[in-house]
Design a protein around this ligand. Structure first.
Ligand SMILES: [Zn+2]
Length: 214
């Protein structure tokens, strides 16, 4: 019995000890003095947190943009990449499949007329047959022909066939919608056998066109 008592006392003494102090002295993470290495790690983890926060915000903004503008926004971006502009009435179209370059050049009067017709018809799609000469991958447009339109809407146009001397079959699309529809490409393919050198073009801004030929 007497042997037990001192042990109890001892125990109780230990209980009164401030164990935290002892542990603090042995635990390097609880040191109050900042170790240079720890400061570096703290900065590093803060930077990581900021990067993650910025990335998360960026993702949220992208998702919000997608829900507000949907595919339309991505269509505009893609359309801008695949379409092209004319400089000095000229542009060069390269067909990646065949690795061929085609030069298309308008006369000033035909380009002016096309732009005027484009501005005058903004409510529905319209089509124009571009008449001219084709030789050695070089297209020269010098006249416009307006085919009889069968049916037209804001995002749709069907028209009677273009004359034989047509080198480019063009139709307009709503502003900044510079991507051919599947139907556009299908009708090109249907007509390709009878006129293999014809290019199809769509006009989606006053000086922005998407071109296609195989
Ligand atoms: Zn179209």
């Amino acid at each position: 019995m007497t042997n037990i008592t001192p042990t109890k006392e001892e125990n109780s003494n230990h209980n009164n000890c401030n164990h935290n102090d002892i542990h603090q002295n042995h635990n390097p993470h609880l040191h109050h003095e900042p170790h240079p290495h720890d400061v570096f790690h703290e900065h590093e983890s803060k930077t990581k947190k900021y990067i993650i926060l910025v990335l998360a915000l960026f993702m949220i903004i992208l998702i919000i943009f997608y829900f507000i503008f949907g595919q339309h926004l991505f269509g505009i971006i893609e359309g801008r990449i695949i379409s092209q502009q004319f400089t000095n009435l000229t542009t060069v179209y390269s067909n990646n499949n065949i690795d061929n370059n085609y030069t298309i050049k308008f006369t000033q009067s035909s380009f002016d007329e096309l732009q005027q017709y484009y501005f005058a018809n903004q409510k529905t799609e319209v089509s124009v047959c571009l008449i001219g000469l084709y030789s050695n991958n070089f297209y020269t447009v010098n006249k416009l022909y307006y085919p009889k339109i069968i049916e037209q809407a804001f995002e749709h146009v069907t028209f009677q066939p273009c004359p034989e001397d047509t080198i480019i079959v063009l139709h307009t699309h709503p502003y900044k919608s510079c991507i051919f529809s599947e139907q556009d490409i299908n009708s090109y393919k249907q007509n390709r056998q009878s006129s293999p050198d014809v290019i199809i073009a769509l006009m989606c801004e006053e000086n922005r066109f998407t071109l296609y030929r195989e």
